[in-house]
Design a protein around this ligand. Structure first.
Ligand code: MN
Length: 748
């Protein structure tokens, strides 16, 4: 078969564009170009594979790859990109594997086809604006080669052009996705040509009435508008010629429909009020001529103040460059004019793809972007010209690397995109979703399979966290998490929840400092209790736990302990007399008076004792009664009925010493509890007291058949506050019926 007959047989089925025919002829010549050969082989392979397949429109399927390849060629794509355009649907729609693509067309074509296939698998329906932004960024990050996205955009553009043949519902869904994801993506890459067409097509399917209205209005004013455009272009052309500015192109045409619609929406205006429906564009040869052309424009028409923008000196983030100005036309209506060089024009139309065109000629003279728009650094980097990179692909890849090295994009099972730092693991992901998810994480499934928690996630992974009520973080996680949030939450959890381990660790630290011998009895000793109170912990265990997670240091504890032991060494014996009945109980605490200040102010240097009838506690109001016996002054609660009998002249004012030292004392208090007679209730009460470091001197239980149990306790209590706390804690138990403090019946 001759080349011509192949072309003819192909052309019978589907209309071949001229460039493709030329390419096919070139391939059959004596010295075929390598590029043409690759492109033609890709076309013929795709043609055979898609043979017999038809599109919804009824035309042969191959028409779609041909259209996509043609778009890529228009954008200036290289032979690899054009070949990928022909082959972009074969892996998805036919039996061919990507390994076979590589074998036949090389690794670059394979990567492009694979990339497009992968991106096609995601369903982008129903995205919010923020989510859409995540998708756009993920897209850029996931494409190993920016050319993948350009192929994807060409694919989407042709699908949008042929959307008429689908059901209205599908038209809307695809248009929505295009408006949210693909048009902004084209804009990001600076490919204005694709962006505008996508936007107008979405407009047509998403707001059909408004679209038709604007289209009709533009058509109605066509004659009028064309006359006006001709008038302006004639004026400008002759003036520019006169001043020897080389004009490459001078055009005036209606702006694209969606742009007009957006302007009407934004400014709340009618169609007739939107003045710059026609946009004029002057394309010249050099930067210098841009400014000369601007002078010509401002000389011919009156410029509107504040409407001039120099995007040549200050390029837009996507590298767009132009001079923009608005002037008043002859009929008094404003005219919008753009002035740029041919190269700037290509960048405006083709964006990142423009690099394909310019890499051979090396014609780039674009200055680096100004440092003013810092917030777009990432995008500026994307589009920064890098002359020293010889190869287009190398350039594209370096761009991609610089831009997205910091982020990895993964999915929740619901399809939400989560951006994480590079190296992030399933644990980082879990804590990003919610701290409770992290704290109860049991395992993670990545892409449906159980994953090691320390394994870094990759772009596009779908991550599912499995939680369990009893699961909790592991200290080991701190060795591999990369996000500060996860790190802090794990530490916090340990502080709050890992009490036993912290206590053990605290014990270990203290034992190292104090020595092994007698350590256990030291922990139970009275000085240890005092240190605990002075450090403001409820129990020795609390203190040890705080030591364990580093809230206090072992040095601090040891020094405090030393102080207390010193205080307890008696300097001199001071005889103290207590009521006979209380003497044994009081001894422990009263002895401390010898080395400390008196706990009661007003009895300094005198003998005194706490009355056994009311047993006052620090925090309660007290008075002293001078007794006639050798027992000295008797300290009562104010309001104790025994005080009423004491003659006024024998009453002296006293009060509790609120100093730190005063708090080192405890006082014996009796309480009585009525409780449901349940097995274990007694033990529970004792547990509640001992875990707050309250010493129980004496305890007894009386039970009667069918009656509540009567529990009597003698406690060492520091002050009124602590006693109230005990009451509160015990009465909150469900089995407790009543709790009261027991006073002795009277004092002689
Ligand atoms: Mn396709």
């Amino acid at each position: 078969m001759t080349a011509i007959s192949i072309i003819e047989s192909r052309a019978k089925e589907v209309k071949l564009p001229r460039w493709l025919k030329e390419c096919l002829i070139n391939q059959q010549s004596e010295q075929p170009e390598a590029d043409a050969t690759l492109i033609c082989r890709a076309f013929n392979f795709a043609y055979q594979l898609h043979e017999g397949q038809t599109r919804k429109s009824g035309e042969p399927y191959i028409a779609h790859p041909i259209a996509v390849a043609s778009l890529l060629r228009d954008l200036g794509g290289d032979s690899v990109t054009i070949a990928a355009g022909f082959l972009h649907d074969v892996v998805e729609d036919t039996e061919v594997t990507s390994a076979e693509i590589e074998e036949m067309f090389g690794v670059q074509v394979r990567l492009l086809v694979e990339g497009v296939t992968k991106l096609s698998k995601f369903n982008f329906s129903s995205t919010t604006e923020r989510q859409a932004e995540n998708f756009r960024r993920m897209f850029l990050a996931m494409a190993t080669d920016i050319r993948v996205i350009v192929v994807k955009l060409a694919d989407r553009l042709h699908n949008m052009r042929t959307l008429d043949h689908l059901k209205p519902e599908k038209q809307r869904r695809i248009s929505q996705e295009t408006r949210e994801i693909f048009a902004p993506l084209a804009n990001r890459l600076g490919i204005g040509r694709i962006k505008w067409e996508l936007e107008d097509l979405c407009f047509k399917y998403l707001e059909p009435e408004a679209y038709d209205e604007i289209k009709t209005l533009i058509a109605e004013r066509r004659t009028d508008r064309e006359a006006r455009i001709a008038q302006v272009t004639d004026t400008l052309r002759s003036r520019l010629q006169h001043l020897k500015v080389n004009v490459v192109e001078l055009t005036g045409r209606p702006k694209h429909l969606y742009g007009i619609y957006q302007k009407m929406q934004r400014q709340q205006k009618e169609f007739s009020q939107i003045y710059d429906i026609a946009a004029f564009r002057i394309i010249v040869e050099t930067n210098e001529e841009c400014y000369r052309a601007l002078a010509v424009v401002h000389d011919a028409f009156k410029p509107i103040p504040g409407r001039f923008k120099d995007y040549i000196g200050l390029p837009k983030p996507n590298r767009y460059q132009s001079l923009h100005t608005t002037v008043v036309g002859s009929n008094g209506r404003p005219i919008e004019i753009q002035i740029r060089t041919l190269e700037m024009h290509h960048i405006a139309e083709y964006g990142i793809a423009a690099h394909w065109k310019y890499k051979e000629t090396g014609a780039s003279e674009i200055e680096p972007a100004s440092s003013e728009d810092q917030k777009f650094t990432w995008l500026r980097q994307l589009l920064e010209w890098q002359k020293d990179l010889s190869d287009a692909q190398e350039y594209m890849e370096s761009v991609k690397d610089n831009l997205f090295e910091d982020d990895v994009y993964v999915f929740t099972p619901d399809g939400d995109v989560v951006a994480l730092a590079q190296g992030a693991t399933p644990v980082d992901f879990a804590y990003r979703i919610h701290s409770e998810i992290g704290n109860h994480m049991k395992g993670a499934r990545v892409n449906g399979r159980w994953s090691v928690l320390s394994k870094p996630l990759e772009n596009g992974d779908i991550v599912e966290i499995v939680t369990q009520k009893n699961s909790h973080p592991s200290l080991d996680w701190l060795n591999f998490v990369v996000s500060p949030t996860a790190r802090n939450r794990i530490r916090q959890w340990y502080k709050l929840s890992h009490r036993d381990e912290n206590i053990a660790r605290g014990k270990e630290l203290l034992e190292k400092e104090m020595g092994k011998s007698g350590f256990d009895s030291l922990l139970k000793s009275e000085p240890m209790q005092i240190v605990t109170q002075r450090c403001n912990y409820h129990s020795v265990d609390d203190l040890l736990a705080a030591l364990g997670y580093g809230e206090i240091t072992q040095n601090h504890v040891v020094n405090r302990l030393r102080d207390v032991v010193k205080e307890q060494q008696p300097v001199e014996e001071v005889p103290v007399e207590a009521e006979a009945i209380e003497s044994s109980q009081l001894q422990g605490s009263v002895k401390q008076q010898s080395s400390c200040k008196s706990p009661i102010i007003g009895v300094e240097g005198m003998l005194y004792h706490l009355a056994g009838c009311c047993k006052p506690l620090p925090g309660e109001s007290i008075i002293g009664a001078v007794t006639l016996s050798s027992r000295g002054i008797s300290i009562h609660s104010q309001g104790c009925h025994n005080v009423e009998k004491v003659p006024g002249e024998r009453i002296i004012p006293v009060s509790w010493n609120d100093d730190e030292d005063g708090k080192a004392f405890t006082y014996p208090i009796d309480i009585q509890i009525e409780a449901m007679d349940r097995v274990g209730v007694f033990k529970d009460i004792l547990a509640r007291l001992s875990d707050r470091g309250i010493n129980v001197r004496n305890a007894g239980v009386k039970t009667h058949r069918n009656k509540p149990a009567l529990i009597s306790l003698s406690l060492d209590i520091r002050d009124r506050q602590q006693l109230e706390y005990v009451f509160q804690r015990i009465s909150s138990m469900s089995d407790i019926l009543n709790i009261r403090r027991v006073m002795n019946s009277g004092e002689r």
